[in-house]
Ligand binder design. Structure first.
Ligand SMILES: Cc1ncc(COP(=O)(O)O)c(C=O)c1O
Length: 399
C-alpha cells in the first residue's frame, strides 16, 4: 500500500530505496553504492560519459570553475540575467565577473556580446540555457575554440534539452545540473556535473570530496580499502577539495527521480504547449523564441510582456483572481542585486576589485522588467488547466 497519497513528486519507490539505504547502514557516498548507481544512470540519461553527484547546483559550478583552474584575477564571462549562484562562485574563486548581454527574444546569452567581452584575461565562460531553452551553442563553441576558453554549461533549468538533435550535456566539457525543490527532478537539494573528459571528472570529484587521492573519475567510494586507508603511513589527500558530497539518502531519491525524468520533462513540455496556444494571438506576450534546432525542456513558461501599460503586479493580481497559481518576475540582473551594488562582494579581494567597473547590458536591463514566469510544476495536465484558463481570462480582461 502506498504511504504517499499525492505521489507525482515522490512515490513509494523513493520511500523503498531510502529505506533500503537506512537498513544497509551505508549513508555516505564514500561507502554506499547508491550514488554510484545514480551517477551512472544520470550520465546515461542526459547523454554524457561521467557524472558526479553534488549537494547543490551551486557547489557544482564552484567545482567547475576550480577544474578549469579559475583563480585570482581571472575573468569569467557570465550572462547578466541569471541566478546569483553563477556570480557567487566566480567571486568565491577570487575571479572577476564580466557580464554579457542577452538576446531580447531568446533571453539567453548573446554570442556577439559574449565575444566582445573576451580579453586576454578571460579564463572561462558560463552559459545558461535559461528556463530550459538551449543557447546558441554553435556560435558559443566557435568562440570557445577561437579564443581557447572553456565553457561551463549551467543546465540547472534544462535537463534533457536538445540542440541540433544532441543532448546538451554532450556539447561541452562541463555541464551542471541542479536538483533543488523547484526543478524537473529533485533530491530536495542537490546537483550533478557531467563531462565526457576523464581528467575533468577526476578533478571535479576530488574538489567535491576533500581531494581524496583514492577517488576515481567514476567512483566516489573510498572506504572500501580500509586496510590501506587506516594505516598511519597512508597519505589520503593529493589535491585540494571541499565537502560537497551528496548523501546516500538523497542519492536514493535521485536514482528514482532519474528514472522518471523523461516523463517529468515531457509533462512540462505538454503544459508549456498549452500555455503557448493561449498566448498565440496575444500581441504583447512574447514567448522565448525557439528555433527548430532546439528542444526546450521548460523549467518555466516564460514570456516577455511588451505592453508598458500592463504591469506585472496588475497582470499577476488578475491572473490569481481568475484562479492562476501565480507568476514570478525575473531575478534582478546580477549587477543590480544589493550585494553587488553595496560592494559587499568586493570584501574578499578589495585590491583586486578596487577599480572594477561592470558593463551595462541594455537588453537584459530592458527585458528583466518585462518577464513573466509561469511555474510548470503541476502534477498532471489536468491540474494545470486552472492556470491555463486563468491566463485566457486575464488576456481577455486586458484586451
Ligand atoms: C540556472 C541556475 N544555476 C544554478 C542554480 C543553483 O542551483 P542550487 O539551488 O541547486 O544551488 C540554479 C537554481 O535555481 C539555477 O536556476
Amino acid at each position: 500500500m502506498s504511504i504517499i497519497k499525492d505521489d507525482w513528486r515522490f512515490s513509494n519507490d523513493e520511500v523503498k530505496l531510502i529505506t533500503k539505504v537506512i537498513l544497509s547502514g551505508e549513508s555516505s557516498s564514500m561507502s554506499g553504492s547508491i550514488n554510484k548507481r545514480f551517477e551512472e544512470k544520470f550520465a546515461k540519461t542526459v547523454g554524457a560519459k561521467y557524472a558526479i553527484a553534488f549537494n547543490s547546483g551551486t557547489s557544482t559550478l564552484h567545482a567547475a570553475l576550480h577544474s578549469l583552474d579559475v583563480g585570482y584575477g581571472d575573468e569569467v564571462i557570465v550572462p547578466a540575467l541569471t541566478v546569483i549562484a553563477d556570480l557567487n562562485v566566480i567571486i568565491a574563486q577570487n575571479a572577476i565577473p564580466v557580464f554579457a548581454d542577452v538576446n531580447p527574444y531568446t533571453f539567453n546569452i548573446d554570442p556577439k556580446d559574449l565575444e566582445n567581452k573576451i580579453t586576454s584575461r578571460t579564463k572561462a565562460i558560463i552559459v545558461v540555457p535559461l528556463y530550459g531553452l538551449p543557447c546558441e551553442y554553435d556560435e558559443i563553441k566557435k568562440i570557445s575554440k577561437k579564443y581557447g576558453v572553456k565553457v561551463i554549461n549551467d543546465a540547472a533549468q534544462a535537463p534533457l534539452a536538445e540542440y541540433k538533435g544532441k543532448p546538451i550535456a554532450s556539447l561541452f566539457d562541463i555541464t551542471s545540473f541542479s536538483f533543488d525543490a523547484t526543478k524537473h527532478m529533485t533530491t530536495g537539494d542537490g546537483g550533478m556535473i557531467t563531462t565526457n573528459n576523464k581528467n575533468t571528472a577526476m578533478k571535479i570529484r576530488k574538489f567535491g570530496c576533500l581531494g581524496y587521492k583514492a577517488l576515481t573519475a567514476k567512483d566516489g567510494r573510498i572506504r572500501n580499502i580500509k586496510d590501506i586507508f587506516q594505516s598511519p603511513n597512508y597519505s589520503r589527500h593529493d589535491d585540494i577539495g571541499l565537502n560537497y558530497r551528496m548523501s546516500e539518502f538523497q542519492g536514493a531519491i535521485g536514482m528514482i527521480q532519474t528514472k522518471k525524468l523523461k516523463k517529468l520533462v515531457n509533462l512540462r513540455r505538454k503544459i508549456a504547449s498549452q500555455f503557448s496556444q493561449v498566448i498565440k494571438n496575444c500581441k504583447y506576450l512574447l514567448p522565448q523564441e525557439t528555433s527548430k534546432d532546439m528542444k526546450h525542456s521548460y523549467w518555466t513558461f516564460t514570456v516577455r510582456n511588451i505592453n508598458n501599460n500592463i504591469s506585472w503586479k496588475n497582470f499577476r493580481k488578475k491572473f490569481k483572481e481568475f484562479g492562476g497559481t501565480g507568476i514570478f518576475a525575473s531575478w534582478k540582473l546580477l549587477y543590480q542585486e544589493d550585494v553587488f551594488k553595496n560592494g559587499n562582494w568586493k570584501k574578499r579581494c578589495p585590491k583586486l576589485y578596487k577599480n572594477y567597473r561592470h558593463h551595462v547590458c541594455k537588453n537584459a536591463e530592458k527585458i528583466q522588467k518585462q518577464l513573466f514566469q509561469f511555474p510548470l510544476n503541476f502534477k498532471n495536465t489536468k491540474s494545470a488547466q486552472k492556470s491555463i484558463i486563468a491566463l485566457k481570462k486575464t488576456i481577455k480582461y486586458f484586451d
